[in-house]
Design a protein around this ligand. Structure first.
Ligand SMILES: Nc1ncnc2c1ncn2[C@@H]1O[C@H](COP(=O)(O)OP(=O)(O)OP(=O)(O)O)[C@@H](O)[C@H]1O
Ligand SMILES: [Mg+2]
Length: 281
């Protein structure tokens, strides 16, 4: 896979900026959990990571410990043109991990943007500043965009701004349902808005290796998508589901648990797929 600098990485970077959109229009498949914990794992191995919360539910912001009252500037303000992305960015408890939080206001944005000609490129346009020296995003090497469970204008903005899509897929009977629609949307965005868009990979989440159905589904998905599916799978793990209520990524909540270890492996695999050398942290 090529590592062409994206249009959003025009600012000077020692490492090229990579922008990954975590998308799947199915709800509850692990998009946010993956944004939080892959982000944390990438930061733990030396990358500088920005999570952009593009879901009105704001779960990525909450899971990263940003309480609702402190979300003074949010991705809504940024996309509405009222603030820069750097103004929305806040640090988290994880070194090298930043977040641009969201609020419910995002729900109304689609309607507000409907008649503007740049509606699909709002995010891409505001991301041009990422990495600017002296700004809150200086030195960022990875951006992870947490999308809402819909193929709406917010998700289109994420796909138009991204280098690649990372698809979390819950390992359950209907896993593949809706996938063709997602792939079609990626294809349409590539043709109309963003020719460099690729699929980074599909990560199987909430896998229960003791469950025959879970194993069968995993085999089916691999049969269908081949090596687009990461070797690493994320096990169903109670520590992963407990962590957000403490406002912490699972890697801070319980580093040794199976979920944390899986996200660390996923981070290495994501970096490897791009042919990037690990950062000497
Ligand atoms: N590996 C896991 N083990 C156990 N629970 C998990 C795991 N991954 C995610 N969950 C839980 O599953 C639920 C859905 O996960 P998550 O919020 O990440 O999905 P999502 O795709 O972002 O959902 P939405 O579509 O609503 O944005 C959450 O309660 C989360 O804590
Ligand atoms: Mg979510």
């Amino acid at each position: 896979m090529t590592i062409e600098p994206s249009s959003a990485s025009e600012a000077t970077h020692e490492r090229p900026l990579r922008i990954l959109a975590l998308a799947n229009q199915k709800g509850g498949v692990g998009k946010t959990t993956t944004a939080i914990n892959l982000g944390t794992a990438l930061a733990a191995i030396g990358e500088r990571v920005l999570v952009i919360d593009l879901d009105p539910q704001g779960n990525a912001s909450t899971g990263l410990g940003i309480d609702r009252r402190s979300r003074r500037v949010s991705t809504y303000h940024v996309l509405a043109g009222d603030a820069s992305l750097a103004q929305a960015v806040v640090p988290t408890a994880v070194p090298r991990l930043l977040v641009a939080p969201s609020t419910m206001d995002l729900l109304g944005l689609e309607l507000e943007m409907a008649s503007s000609s740049d509606r699909a490129h709002r995010l891409r346009n505001v991301m041009k500043d990422i990495g600017r020296a002296g700004s809150a995003t200086e030195g960022v090497t990875y951006v992870l965009i947490d999308c809402p469970p819909s193929l709406n204008l917010l998700t289109i903005n994420a796909l138009a701004a991204a280098d690649a899509v990372l698809v979390p897929m819950q390992c359950e009977f209907f896993a593949l349902e809706g996938l063709s629609q997602l792939l079609r949307t990626v294809e349409q965005v590539r043709a109309a808005l963003n020719p460099r868009l690729t699929i980074q990979g599909v990560v199987l989440t909430m896998v229960d290796p003791r469950n025959n159905l879970s194993n069968q589904v995993a085999a089916d998905v691999r049969g269908f998508l081949g090596d687009k599916v990461y070797e690493t799978t994320i096990p169903r793990n109670v520590r992963v589901s407990e962590a957000p209520s403490h406002g912490k990524p699972v890697l801070l909540y319980d580093l040794k648990c199976a979920g944390s270890q899986a996200y660390l492996r996923l981070a290495s695999e994501v970096i490897q797929r791009e042919g990037r050398l690990p950062v000497a942290a």
